[in-house]
Design a protein around this ligand. Structure first.
Ligand code: NAD
Length: 179
């Protein structure tokens, strides 16, 4: 269970996860196409202790090669178009990466007998709340193209769990902050 494939590992949260996982002794490979949001320098302090693939998760053939080479046991899927405001200007890119990219990863995880797929969703899938807090079983009411694409990613994970028995855990994180 020590072989991790982390998508979006050069992003804000993914890079913090990769730094921690490497320090905890996991064998980590990273897939990231390095969009405006990705910065490989975030992984400088663990240079040489992980493997990096500059691959777009839309490209299922290139992704399949990574799965074949790395033989991961766990996939942690952070890669996404993640900036809500940009999704208003350019929804198609969000749908491609967050929906089609996730579909590719789930399909390859099924094909390669992955033991755990961690699907990073967002609390934005619940929509807006004026008072109080969301519960996990609240209905999904996404409002922006970003949150619709993430809700689709989230539900695709559910479908692969229910339909194919792929071990999927979905995390609906609230806003992260930090250096
Ligand atoms: N930042 C938050 O507060 C927050 C809150 C809830 C959920 N999330 C989710 O957590 C995950 C990580 O968020 P983040 O803030 O680190 O995002 P980020 O934008 O900082 O990083 C995303 C990473 O994904 C990579 N990427 C984008 N498109 C790709 C593609 N097609 N192929 C391969 N790599 C691609 C980018 O290069 C970047 O390194 C996302 O799924 C996001 O939706 C973030």
């Amino acid at each position: 269970m020590k072989r991790l494939l982390v998508t979006g590992g050069a992003g804000f949260i993914g890079s913090a996860f990769v730094r921690l996982a490497v320090k905890e002794g996991y064998d980590v490979s990273v897939v990231d196409v390095l969009t405006y949001a990705g910065d490989i320098k975030r992984l400088d302090e663990i240079e040489g202790r992980y493997r990096f693939y500059k691959v777009d998760i839309i490209d299922i053939i290139a992704l399949d090669e990574v799965f074949k080479k790395e033989k991961p046991k766990i996939v942690v899927h952070f890669a996404a178009e993640s900036h809500v405001d940009r999704s208003i200007l350019n929804p198609a890119t969000f749908l491609r990466t967050n929906v089609e990219g996730t579909l590719n990863l789930l399909e390859l995880s099924k094909k390669h007998d992955i033991q755990l797929f961690m699907n990073i969703s967002t609390d934005e899938v619940y929509g807006e709340i004026i008072d109080g807090k969301f519960r996990e079983d609240f209905p999904l009411v996404p409002n922006s193209p970003y949150s619709v694409s993430k809700a689709s990613q989230d539900m695709l994970g559910r479908a692969y769990y229910r339909t194919y028995g792929l071990p999927v855990i979905t995390i609906r994180a609230s806003n992260n902050y930090g250096p």
